[in-house]
Design a protein around this ligand. Structure first.
Ligand SMILES: *Cc1c(COP(=O)(O)O)cnc(C)c1O
Length: 359
């Protein structure tokens, strides 16, 4: 084995996804599984598809292109760039949109490729990232959008809990019934997709307050970590530890806990503060900020303390541990969404998937 190593437990992701899917089904809600945290990992994407989600969504085209062999609709969930419109139409069935200029380009590319491209129109309900905020402007745009005959307007979507940290509440969607009615009439559609947010909306499934016109959620963190993002609740019927980091000890020495001499800036131009605890046994571990931010990992051995880290080293205090660590030993860490995202986008972290249950 090579280290640092990220191990992804596909059985846990499968189990979470099936349970969440069944809860959503009771409210007639389909899931688009969001894979952007896993850096295009095909094993994860296949597992989500096997668990029965309706579509896969990612913010990066490059990831969706890797999922070509998985026969399930692909959604590009970041507004397409003008420069990627052609690839969007080639590799995705659906994209989320908020700009006429982009929609015109998608329409042009779809026509060239003799395809119809599905779109969801994004409404900003107050998180202040993507989407139409001014509804008059939105209604006016519909006349332009209607002219684009290679686009299929599938419905609307909204995103929260991101830029503005807005927590969606049932009332946040009060404009939706009217918008849905206008779109149905304008585009002659019986059924529209109404995509009511991400893992931050899941608590409304649990407490039964999710508005009944919402029929889709785009879920990433819920499926992968069993955690919703409005109140940071971890549900106890789900797994929270599908991702584990292992890294190797490269030095163990007893050293003072506080540096001596003239002290300047550390490797990241910051002023570190160290408590003087006398001599301590320190383990240097071969994983650094190029791989993962140390604030977002926790040692499984609770008696190990992370002191600081540089680009390539994690410096820990192992004095209080009951384990007699040696150079070459492997230390395990629990990961959250942010550290998992870091590692999945770092070329330096080795990745492996684990699957014990046949599917
Ligand atoms: C990241 C993202 C999601 C998924 O968010 P989670 O909190 O992981 O569920 C859904 N929709 C959009 C537009 C996103 O960018």
């Amino acid at each position: 084995m090579y280290y640092p190593l990220l191990t992804i437990d596909l059985d846990k992701i499968y189990s979470n996804t099936v349970k969440i899917k069944n809860k959503c089904l009771k409210h007639n809600i389909d899931i688009t599984a969001i894979t952007k945290c896993t850096g295009g990992n095909i094993g994860v994407a296949e597992t989500l598809a096997q668990a029965g989600v309706k579509a896969l969504g990612d913010s990066r085209l490059i990831n969706l292109e890797l999922f070509k062999s998985i026969n399930i609709p692909k959604w590009l969930i970041r507004i397409p760039m003008m420069s990627e419109a052609e690839r969007t139409v080639m590799h995705c069935d659906v994209s989320l949109n908020s700009e006429i200029k982009v929609l015109q380009e998608l329409n042009y590319q779809a026509k060239k490729l003799r395809k119809k491209h599905g779109i969801l129109l994004m409404i900003d309900i107050g998180d202040l990232r993507e989407g139409w905020y001014d509804l008059d402007e939105f209604y006016k745009s519909l006349n332009e959008i209607k002219k684009l005959d290679h686009l299929d307007v599938l419905g609307i979507g909204t995103n929260t809990n991101c830029a503005g940290a807005l927590i969606p509440e049932p009332d946040s969607f009060s404009n939706f019934p009217k918008i849905i009615e206008v779109l149905r009439e304008k585009f002659n559609k019986e059924k529209l997709i109404v995509s009511g947010g991400n893992s931050g909306s899941y608590y409304m499934i649990e407490n039964g307050t999710i508005p009944n016109f919402i029929n889709n959620l785009r879920l990433g963190e819920m499926l992968l970590f069993g955690k919703e993002s409005s109140f940071q609740k971890k549900y106890d019927y789900l797994y929270h530890d599908a991702f584990k980091l292992q890294a190797e000890i490269i030095e163990i020495k007893t050293k003072p806990s506080k540096p001596k001499g003239l002290i300047g800036k550390d490797a990241f131009c910051e002023d570190p503060i160290f408590e003087d605890k006398g001599l301590r046994k320190r383990a240097l571990i071969g994983v650094g900020r190029q791989d993962v931010s140390p604030e977002n990992i926790v040692c499984e051995d609770k008696d190990i303390q992370i002191i600081t880290s540089s680009s390539d080293h994690l410096i820990t205090d192992i004095t209080d541990s009951k384990i007699d660590y040696q150079v070459g030993d492997i230390v395990n860490f629990d990961c959250n969404y942010v550290s998992t995202l870091n590692m999945n986008t770092s070329n330096y972290v080795f990745k492996t998937t684990k699957k014990d249950v046949g599917r």
